[in-house]
Design a protein around this ligand. Structure first.
Ligand SMILES: [Zn+2]
Length: 184
């Protein structure tokens, strides 16, 4: 099993997912909102992002990615703040919700919360709310292998098509995990 460090909480924006996010890159637990997940699933991205959508599903399954809607209280707080700073025009409801989620997590956890986005207006409002943020661009993230199918007993790695089959050696049902292989 993967060793997950729980020191930080990361909140992920659509544009970060669409860089072709490699979940192996992060040791932390990732959070996002249902609306952001919907944005990654819109039709125009569907074909080119088949792999990404698969990885998002797997990350959910493994508890590495948690999808959570922020409480109304935090959405309103962020909305009011965006009106004061003038960022409200540049930010969509989905953006505001994402920032609200970061704020909620920050105020209810002892861990550091970092919002990952490539959106300048989001960054701006984050600074105003004392939410840490980082950007992440495509450079250096060229992993094409995201998970592998293996036997949990023999540790033999199978082809991904074998997922629902049983191990040829011991008969156990095969499982999948993130691949440790770094393909550059
Ligand atoms: Zn086996």
């Amino acid at each position: 099993m993967m060793q997950l460090k729980k020191n930080s909480i990361l909140v992920i924006d659509t544009n970060i997912f669409l860089t072709g996010i490699n979940f192996n890159y992060f040791q932390e637990i990732l959070f996002t909102t249902p609306a952001i997940i919907n944005e990654t699933q819109v039709e125009k991205y569907k074909e080119q992002n088949r792999n990404l959508l698969q990885r998002i599903e797997l990350a959910k399954e493994l508890g590495k990615l948690i999808i959570q809607k922020p409480k109304e209280y935090y959405i309103q707080l962020v909305e009011e703040k965006s009106k004061i700073t003038g960022d409200c025009n540049a930010l969509s409801n989905n953006d505001l919700e994402l920032i609200a989620l970061a704020l909620e997590l920050k105020e209810n956890n002892s861990q550091e919360v970092i919002l990952y986005t490539n959106d300048y207006s989001i960054e701006n409002l984050c600074s105003e709310l004392n939410i840490k943020f980082k950007t992440l661009f495509k450079n250096g993230i060229k992993n094409k292998i995201y998970f592998e199918v293996y036997c949990p007993y023999c540790n033999i790695v199978y082809r991904s098509e074998d997922l629902n089959k049983n191990c040829e050696r011991c008969g156990l049902k095969l499982k999948r995990r993130f691949s440790k292989k770094e393909k550059l």
